[in-house]
Structure formats: C-alpha cells, structure tokens
Design a protein around this ligand. Structure first.
Ligand SMILES: N[C@@H](CCC(=O)N[C@@H](CS)C(=O)NCC(=O)O)C(=O)O
Length: 215
C-alpha cells in the first residue's frame, strides 16, 4: 500500500483547506509543495487542469478539487465529527454554504485583493461585496461558537483560508470592522496547533527530493 501524494502550495487557500482536513482526519500523505511557475509533469499528467491541490490515492485515482479532498479525508476518519454525521441533512447544507463561499465570496475577494494591490478606486465597492458574505458568517458566529453549531465543521476549515486572505488585505480596516465574532473565531483557529501544522513551510518538491510525510 503506497501513501497518497498531495500536490500542494503553502499559501494557496484551496490547498490549505485540504491540508487542514487531512490533519483533522488523521490521514498521512506525501506532501509535494510545487513551484507554480514550473508545474511538475507528474502532476499535470494526472490532472491536466494544473490547479492545486491534487491528491493521488494509492489505487491511482485522482482527486483534484479541494472540497473533494476534504470530504475524502473526513470520510476515511472523522474523529472530531466535522461532517456532523449526527444530522443527515448537514452535509448538503454545508456543501451549499461552501459553494456560495467559493463562487460569490471568492469572486468578490479576488477583485478586492486586486483593487487593493493596484490602488484601484473600486476597492471599497469590492470590500462591501465581500462584507455581504461576512455579515452572514458573523450572524452565525454570534449564535454559536462555530459556523454550523457549537462544534467545528467542514465549513469552518473550508472557508477559513479565504477569511484569512480577506483579513490581510487591509489589516487596519479589518481590525475595526463590525465583525467581532469573526475576528475571535479567526484568532482561535490561528491558536490551534493543527493550523500551525497545516502552515509549516517545506522546500519545493523536485524529482530527487526526499519524501515529506505530512499528517
Ligand atoms: N476549484 C479548485 C481551485 C484551485 C485553484 O484555483 N488553485 C489555484 C492556486 S490557489 C491554482 O492552482 N491556480 C492555477 C495557477 O495558478 O496556475 C479547487 O477547489 O481545488
């Protein structure tokens, strides 16, 4: 039985969420942190679309959507019940929320980040678009400690890397934004050893690198 291989990128929010799920699921993978300007043939041959994360399982099958990597990992083992298995309808609701995040929030976030980088006049407009989603999350976090309830779920780890990105665009604005529950939720995640483990920096992978066991 060979260990699954995860093609990853430290700062990529999609790769980050997959690493978080792998750690929470107590799975072990061989991690290959890639150079996006020189994507490895080994990865492109199994996933020609060229995005990270890509997970190659021991049976040769390939998972190349971050949310599918998360669900795969937690289906293997879910000691903290991030899939809320006690409630049959939860997974559907969670995937719906994550889809909303990935389409609407991430779209606005990319525009906000670009506007900030190029000192574009539209920065506030795009930030306001992001805030529509953040208000929804803030409301949920004002009712319970995590997005879906009193315990963490798939949604928390799926959207965490994107909220982190948002918080770093304009740190001064974020620090006084009307999202106190969101801020403390984010800080709590930062203080979690699993988050630190997911963010460890590894040398870039090349064909003659020693394998990095992650998990
Ligand atoms: N829908 C994909 C999106 C992944 C994605 O877009 N990852 C970025 C890096 S953060 C990427 O690989 N972009 C391709 C590139 O930069 O060439 C997923 O959820 O896995």
């Amino acid at each position: 039985m060979t260990t699954p291989i995860l093609y990853s990128l430290r700062q990529c929010p999609y790769a980050m969420r997959s690493r978080l799920a792998i750690l929470h699921a107590q799975q072990t993978v061989v991690l290959r942190d890639i150079d996006m300007n020189n994507k490895p043939e080994e990865m492109l041959s199994i996933s020609p679309k060229g995005t990270v994360p890509v997970l190659r399982l021991s049976d040769g099958s390939v998972i190349d959507e971050s949310i599918d990597v998360m669900v795969w990992a937690l289906t293997q083992s879910d000691p903290n019940n991030l899939l809320y298995s006690h409630d049959k309808n939860s997974l559907i609701a969670m995937l719906e929320l994550i889809k909303n995040n990935d389409i609407n929030f991430v779209g606005a976030l990319q525009k906000y980040r670009a506007a900030s980088r190029y000192h574009d006049n539209n920065e506030t407009e795009f930030r306001d678009m992001c805030c529509e989603w953040l208000r929804e999350i803030e409301l949920r976090l004002s009712q319970h400690a995590y997005i879906m309830g009193e315990t963490p779920s798939l949604v928390d780890y799926a959207i965490l890397p994107f909220i982190r990105q948002f918080s770093r665009v304009d740190k001064k604005w974020y620090a006084q934004a009307p999202f106190p529950y969101l801020r403390s939720w984010l800080v709590n995640h930062y203080n979690d050893s699993t988050f630190s483990k997911a963010m460890v920096s590894y040398p870039k992978w090349s064909i003659d690198s020693d394998p990095i066991i992650f998990g």
